[in-house]
Each structure stands twice: as structure tokens, then as C-alpha cells.
Design a protein around this ligand. Sequence first.
Ligand code: TEU
Length: 569
Amino acid sequence: MPIDTRTSSDPWWKAAVVYQVYPRSFADSDGDGIGDVPGISDHLEHLSDLGVDVVWLSPVYRSPQDDNGYDISDYHDIDPTFGTLADVDDLIDRVHRHGMRLVMDLVVNHTSDEHAWFEESRRDRTNPKADWYIWRDARPGGMPGSEDAAPNNWGSFFSGPAWQWCPEREQYYLHLFSRKQPDLNWESPEVRAAVHEMMRWWLDRGVDGFRMDVINLISKDPGLPDGELLPTGYGDGMPHFSYGPRVHEYLAEVKREVFDSRPGTFLTVGEMPGVTTDQALRFTDRETGELDMVFQFEHVDLDHGRTKWDHHPLALVDLKRSLGRWQTALGERGWNSLYWNNHDQPRIVSRYGDDGACWRESATALATVLHLHRGTPYVYQGEEIGMTNVPFASIDDFRDIESVNHFHEAVALGADPEDVLVSLRRTSRDNARTPMQWTSGEHAGFTTGTPWLQVNPNHTWLNVEAQRDDPESVMAHYRRLIALRHQEPVVVDGDFTMLLPDHPAVYAFERTLGDDRLAVYANLSGEAVDGVLPEQAHGWELLLGNLPSADDSPGAPLRPWEARVYRVS
Ligand code: TEU
């Protein structure tokens, strides 16, 4: 049942669960091998059956698809690959009729270089939109147009320099992502007004809020200073743009100009790489914050080395320390978003779980831990059936611009291509982007054509059809976790207390709301663990477990990847 917003004075999204759809890979209705908006409309039953409250749609706007739609060339239209504006209006309507809400992706740190704004801006230095992007002259003494004369040493997130020379203006423009994603200049009041206008236009069409892409990067330190050198040979610009001097001002203005005078119930979530707990609290403070919640990255960076491509095996105590700190820091005044997966992260069951012998057990144990935290859980398509990473054979199997560029850069710097492939198989965003596995049939029931990215060969047994009616499936477990949040106020509002912080295998915590108390014990390892539950646990009621019951009485050892949720009496 979708949550009832009328009975509580608390924000509705505190009790909500969000489901992320990556349209390109969800469902293809017309056989061109690429997912589309009508395909999503055809599969809404799957979402209402899970019980989710909100659908977040990754970008479907008009786009050259250099970064799969995160490069937008027209905010007011839909890319023909995905359908039409009428299809989106229809989707909004159907989502609402299913009792759910629809949140759009808002990508306004940058546009596509094919957006009309940029095409005008790049023409010369005097046109009306000349300052809508971040333009700079060559470094004095350098040869204009060369990489050495770039205005500073920042590298792009997608390899190479963050600056591109534009012969028409004889200047460089900044692109923190691909060179086809020029950064907008938020210092310009006209840029900000255009963004506000566009957001209002979408809200007028009926959307229920926005997931704001890299929204903490919109204010740059105006001096654009060089960054500390990274192993790639480029400078790290993050300290100079990840929490810029005007970011709160810009977001407060968005809130005022777009939301404040508008009746309704919306959701705003800011994606914020590098955000700290103090910053997040300021963004989400229930009295003074500008956003409802943020996506932080700490817990999904714990297996990274110096860069995301270097692997550092996860220590469970680090995960507990990190997530526990976020629980405490955002406590009463702020609010957490909770996620393991999205379209940029490898699959959690392959990453912090075990996608071999304990696939089902580890997928459901990780889900139990996450969904029992305080905050709003996000489920990324396929996570609810335990989709795994993908056995990509060669670089030709990858489509993601970040992965492909990294491969070429690393090999050019002398890395062994086989070693780079090992790290891509572990970390590439394409692991999350293979088609949704609906059936065991051809192309997993995703398309009748040729899929734009290969289907994971495990779709023959790992698919929605196989799990829908199986009470012991990963999907059934997600359904139960979502229902638990809707039924139990303590899951939504209870205080969080970490237990056994130093235990290397067990993730345990309590949630307390008045006299109501839940205890969660999850063995996140492949070995049984004995003796972690306290004596008094014998009187507790088991609310939810993830393994078919052998002996789940409190005295019994926690089996490999076993998770139990008790009501403490
Ligand atoms: O991602 C921004 C981001 O910080 C990273 O997760 C990024 O995907 C990359 O892996 C850094 O190494 C957002 C979107 O979610 C992503 O899909 C876009 O490519 C990016 O912004 C640019 O719009």
C-alpha cells in the first residue's frame, strides 16, 4: 500500500521507498534494443507489486547520449530514443493512478554541448549568452589551444583535462565530465532563472520532485585554482568546487523560486559526491535546509583505493563506522537517503556480498541491513531480484564513456590492458546498466531487438518471472522489507544505536521509538557466527528473517549471511 500522506504532519517521504528506473535498460517497447518510456508504463505493476512509493526516472530528455542522457540538449523535450512528451505525460498519469509519485532527474551542473544555450554561448565573446558557461583565456605564456595552456590543471571525471579549447572564442570552457558536457555558469542570474523556469514547467506537468545531479558542484571557487596532482597527472579540483562559496545561496534560491509558493508534496534529493556529514546536515536541516535529503558517497567509496579503479577490500567495521556516523550525524535535524546501488555503482551483491554460493542469502542480508536504517531507502532496478555484476569479456563489451575513456587513458600511461579490464569488471558503471532481467527468455524479455548493452548470461535463472511468486525469493524479501517500513513507525522514526561496532562479521543495531524497540542482527560473512545475541533475546519476537527457518531461535548461531529482525520485549 502506498503511504498515506494525510495522517501525519511529518514529511511524507520519511516513510517512503524510492525505486530508480534507468530508462535505457528497463524495458524496450519498440524493439530498437533501447528501453523507453512506454516500456516503463507497461511495467508499473512490477513496482506497485513491490510496494514502492516513488519512481525516480533517470534522464529521458533530448540528448546526444554521450553520457546516456546526462548530457541534455533540450530540457523541454524527450529524446526520440525514449519516446515523446505525450508518453511522459501518460507515464506521470499512470504512476499517479498506481498511487505512486514520479521524480525526474535534474541535470543542471552542465548541459550538452549541443544545447542551444551552448551553441549560442560558444559563437563569440559578446553574444547574449556569452557568460552562460565557464569560459577562460589560455594561461599566459602557454600556447593557446594546447593542453598545457589550459586555465588550470583540473582533470575531468571522465579522464583527460577538464578544459576544452573553442576556436571560435579562442577560449577554453570547463567540463567536469565529458567534453560534451560543458558546465553552466551559475554565477549568471539568467542561467539560474532559466533553470527555475524549467523546473516549474516540469512541476506544472505533474512531476513530484527532482533528483538533482551533482548539485553540490554548481558553485565553483571563482579563482579556479590548480588542484593537488593525482596519479592521472591531472589536478584534483574537488576542494575547489564540491562545496563552493555560493552553493547554499543557489539552492535556497531554487527552493524559494520553485517550491515555496507551490502547494503539494514534493521530494528533493541532491546527489553530492564528496559531501561531509556537517555539510549534509546543513543541506537537509529540517528548519533551514534547502533539500529533503542528499546522496552521500562515503559507504560506496570504502572499497576504493587512491582512485575508484584501485581496489581496497572492504572491512565491515569501516562500513559500520561510516554508516553509523551518518545515522548519528543527521539524527534528529537532518535526514539520510539509504542506497547500495544506482546506475553508477557496481552491483552490491557482487561487491559487498557473495554472488556465488550465497547469492540469495547475501542479497537479502544486505537489503535487510540497509532497509532497517533510518532514512529513505532507494532500490535500483534489478537490485530487488539480486542482479549481479557482468562477465564482460573485452573492452568492446563496455559502452560507458567513463569506462572506455579510463581504459584508453590507463593503457596509454602504460598499464597492462588485462589489469585494466580486471578493474573495469569490478567497478564499471556498465555493471549496473545491463538490461533488466524480466524473464529467462531471449534477451531476458527486455527487447525483441538487439540490446544496446549485453544481457547478463545469468538471466536464464535470475529474473523477475522466476521470483515473483516464490516466497523465498530476493524479490519477496524486498516486498517484505518495504511493507515493514510502511507498517512499523519505529522503522521510520526510531533512533539508531549501533551494536558490536568492532565485530568483524556481524552488523547489528537497535532502533527505538518510545517503548518500541527493534534489534537487527546480520551476519555479513560466509561463516556461521555464534554467541552474539544477548541472553534476554529468548523472549524476543522474530519479525523478519532472510533464511528459510531451520533454527532461528535467538540461541542458534547466525548462519552464513543470515539476517534477523526482532521486536525486543
Ligand atoms: O554522477 C556523478 C558522480 O559523482 C559519479 O558517481 C560519476 O558517475 C562517476 O562515476 C565519477 O567517477 C552523476 C550521474 O549519476 C552520472 O551518471 C553522470 O555521468 C554524472 O553525474 C554527470 O552528469
